[in-house]
Design a protein around this ligand. Structure first.
Ligand code: 5RP
Length: 222
């Protein structure tokens, strides 16, 4: 079986009746959402909170009941994908540009589960370019401020030759680094720069990661 599907579907085993479930974004958690919709048709009672407009549309199409984040003070369980996961379960997220809503929902989740195929599990973060969401106003200045931190090489993300716009109306700078030695320090440094809305480092947030390898194997990393 496709490893994204295997990891994505496995996460549904942790969903229980009456939970508020954070619904992540991307091609791995897509399988989680499909499986959840199946379980709902069989009688599972949950409400979902989508982390992006794409996920919201998918959930509506599949008949998953949704609840607005504004009326919540916590989420029981959030399930999401990742671009990189290290052995401490620090993550790079935001390859799909949804990092801000993903982090907001993960931050109020009692449990945060990552689903990924084996290629995402790395010894050191940083091969995948780190996405940073910035406000469009003066983004060039924000980029210069980010460059002062070190050899980070931020590049404006483009789509069809124009800036990629997030669901929140912002831009993304993808940062090309060799490796990120201290993700907890870097996330603080980045978020202190005015103009930075959020960065794609998720540190001390993930409770466990469901990693699917070849030959239909699954490993749960704590
Ligand atoms: C979107 C994300 C995704 O979770 C991440 O990019 C992984 O996506 P995929 O499961 O498609 O590889 O952070 O902002």
């Amino acid at each position: 079986m496709d490893s994204k599907k295997l990891a994505g579907e496995k996460a549904v085993e942790f969903v229980e009746d009456d939970m508020i479930v954070g619904l992540g974004t991307g091609s791995t958690v897509y399988w989680t959402i499909l499986k959840l919709a199946e379980r709902i048709k069989e009688g599972l009672k949950i409400n979902g909170v989508p982390t992006s407009k794409d996920t919201e549309q998918l959930a509506i199409k599949l008949g998953i009941p949704l609840v607005d984040l504004s009326v919540l003070s916590k989420v029981d369980l959030a399930i999401d994908g990742a671009d990189e996961v290290n052995p401490n379960l620090a993550l790079i997220k935001g390859g799909g540009g949804a990092l801000l809503r993903e982090k907001m929902i993960a931050s109020i989740s009692e449990k945060f589960i990552i689903v990924a195929d084996g290629s995402k599990f790395v010894q050191s973060l940083g091969t995948f370019p780190l996405p940073i969401e910035v406000i469009p106003f003066g983004w060039e200045l924000t980029k210069k401020q980010i460059e002062k931190i070190g050899p980070i090489n931020p590049i404006l993300r483009l789509k069809n030759n124009t800036p990629f716009i997030t669901d929140n109306g912002n831009y993304i700078l993808d940062c090309y680094m060799k490796s990120i030695e201290k993700p907890e320090d870097l996330t603080v440094q980045l978020n202190m720069i005015p103009g930075v809305v959020e960065n794609g480092l998720f540190v001390n947030m993930c409770d466990f990661a469901i990693i699917a390898g070849n030959n239909d194997t699954i490993e749960i990393k704590y």
